[in-house]
Design a protein around this ligand. Structure first.
Ligand code: GAR
Length: 220
């Protein structure tokens, strides 16, 4: 099968990026990570990419804290287009993208968020979940639209909140699920199985053998 060319934007540690790279290199998913771009010059994500032989670029974000400057956003788009990226995967990318970029990659940007959206959008979703007192939280892979953590949901996985959880123990358990469902969601897209109808996505049944062991398939 032709590999889906994915460009990953990441600001930090890059453990989700690593899960995607590992699954692509092992052949578990039909994805090629074509480029990794970061807004943080010394991001661990860039190191991880280089180590795996994936082109890794730092592009300065401009002066604002929560978004890219319009010039930077154009540079990001150019770098992705130059490498024929079909899907842009945000993996811990801590800046909001705006209209021009969203239009250029319309319907082709996905994000992972560490909660069961629409609960706890925004920063530090794990702490929000703990402080709210929910018994279950989780992780969500979704398409990106003009809202924050709001587009149609592709895959979710639930994680229990345990009585003695700290923010960090909870985040670590959520992260394990993130590493499972992000490659899975990309594989659904690579197989052309994701249909979007308004806010809802439908995962069409697989034609041939499915990715990995069926036990690893999360709810869709
Ligand atoms: C992940 O938990 C991801 O879901 C979260 O940042 C972390 C990045 O970890 N993203 C957001 O909160 C976006 N709203 P990583 O760099 O190790 O993949």
């Amino acid at each position: 099968m032709k590999k889906l060319r994915v460009g990953v934007l990441a600001s930090g540690n890059g453990s989700n990026l690593q899960a995607i790279i590992d699954a692509s290199l092992s052949g578990d998913i039909d994805v090629e990570v074509a480029v990794v771009i970061s807004d943080v010059e010394n991001a661990r994500a860039l190191e991880r990419a280089r180590k795996a032989g994936v082109p890794a670029i730092y592009i300065a974000p401009g002066p604002r804290r929560t978004r890219l400057s319009p010039e930077a956003e154009k540079e990001y788009a150019r770098a992705l287009e130059e490498r024929d990226v079909e899907i842009v995967a945000l993996a811990g990318f801590m800046r909001v993208l705006h209209d021009d970029f969203l239009c250029r990659f319309n319907g082709r940007i996905v994000n992972i968020h560490p909660s069961l959206l629409p609960s706890f959008p925004g920063l530090d979703a794990q702490r929000q979940a703990l402080e709210y007192g929910v018994k279950w939280t989780g992780a969500t892979v979704h398409f990106v639209d003009a809202g924050v953590d709001r587009g149609p949901i592709i895959v979710q996985a639930a994680v229990p909140v345990l009585p003695d959880d700290s923010r960090d123990t909870l985040a670590a358990r959520v992260l394990e699920e993130e590493h499972r469902i992000y490659p899975l969601a990309l594989q659904y897209i690579a197989e052309g199985r994701v249909r979007v109808e308004g806010r809802r996505t439908c995962i069409e049944p697989a034609e041939g053998p499915v990715f990995g062991n069926t036990d690893r398939r999360g709810p869709s």
